[in-house]
Write a protein that binds this ligand. Structure first.
Ligand code: FMN
Length: 206
C-alpha cells in the first residue's frame, strides 16, 4: 500500500515539503509506503487545449511530467498534493501541471486524495479549495483532517513550530491510511467501485 505525495513548491525542502514529510512519517507508522515527488523550479507549460490527450489518454503533448505524474497517481493507493499559497491560490507551476494531469488522465475514480497548503499568513482556504476541485470532479474520495489542511510558516523551522498544523498533517495521514485500508477490505469482500453510466455532456446550449 503506498501514497504518492506531490510537492508543488519550487522549494524542494521548504515549508510544503516539511508538511508533506510529517504526513509521510505518520504514514510510515501505519506501514504505508510513500514517495514525495517535487515539481522542480523550472517553468512548466499549461494546458493549451490541443485535444491530444483525447486521442491518446494519459499522455500530454506539453511535456512528459504530466504523463509521469498520471502514471504515479494511478500506481498509488492514495494521493496527497501540497502547494505553497501564492496570492491566495496555488503555485502557478502546479496549476499548469495539474490542469494537464487531470484533463489527460483516463480515470482516478475511487482513489482517495487530499490537498495540503502552506502559507505565511493568509489565503490558505482558497488555495485548499482550488486543489480539492481537481479531486471532486474526478470521483476521488477526499480525505479530511481535524481542521482545513494547512500549515503556517515562511521557513521549515516556522512550519515545525506550528504545532497545530503539524498535528493536522498527522491526523490527515491517519485518516488516509484508515480509508485506504477500508477501501482494500471492501474490494477484497467484493465491493467494487460503481460502474459509470454512459457520460452525458450538456454545454448549456438549448
Ligand atoms: C509569489 C508568492 C506569493 C505568495 N503569496 C502568499 C499569500 O498569498 N499568502 C501567504 O500567506 N503567503 C504567501 N506567500 C508565502 C508562501 O506561501 C509561504 O512562504 C509558504 O510557506 C512557502 O512554502 P514553500 O517553502 O514550500 O515554497 C507567497 C510566496 C510567493 C513566492
Amino acid at each position: 500500500m503506498k501514497v504518492f505525495l506531490l510537492n508543488g513548491s519550487p522549494h524542494a525542502n521548504g515549508c510544503t515539503y516539511t508538511a508533506l514529510d510529517e504526513i509521510a512519517r505518520q504514514l510510515d507508522r501505519h506501514e504505508v509506503g510513500c514517495e514525495i515527488w517535487q515539481i522542480g523550479a523550472k517553468p512548466l507549460a499549461g494546458c493549451v487545449a490541443c485535444g491530444g490527450c483525447r486521442r491518446e489518454p494519459n499522455q500530454c503533448t506539453q511535456g512528459g511530467e504530466a504523463a509521469e505524474v498520471i502514471a504515479k497517481i494511478k500506481d498509488a493507493d492514495g494521493v496527497i498534493i501540497g502547494s505553497p499559497v501564492h496570492y491566495a491560490g496555488i503555485a502557478g507551476n502546479l496549476s499548469s501541471l495539474l490542469d494537464r494531469v487531470f484533463f489527460a488522465k483516463d480515470s482516478f475514480a475511487g482513489k482517495p486524495a487530499a490537498a495540503i497548503v502552506s502559507c505565511r499568513r493568509g489565503g490558505n482556504a482558497s488555495a485548499h479549495d482550488r486543489l480539492n476541485k481537481y479531486f471532486t470532479i474526478s470521483q476521488m474520495p477526499v480525505v479530511s483532517s481535524q481542521y482545513w489542511n494547512g500549515v503556517h510558516g515562511n521557513t521549515p523551522d516556522e512550519v515545525r513550530r506550528d504545532l497545530e498544523g503539524m498535528q493536522i498533517m498527522r491526523t490527515l495521514a491517519n485518516n488516509m491510511a484508515w480509508l485506504m485500508k477500508c477501501i482494500k477490505a471492501g474490494r477484497d469482500a467484493g465491493i467494487a467501485f460503481p460502474e459509470p453510466e454512459p457520460r452525458v455532456g450538456t454545454n448549456f446550449i438549448r
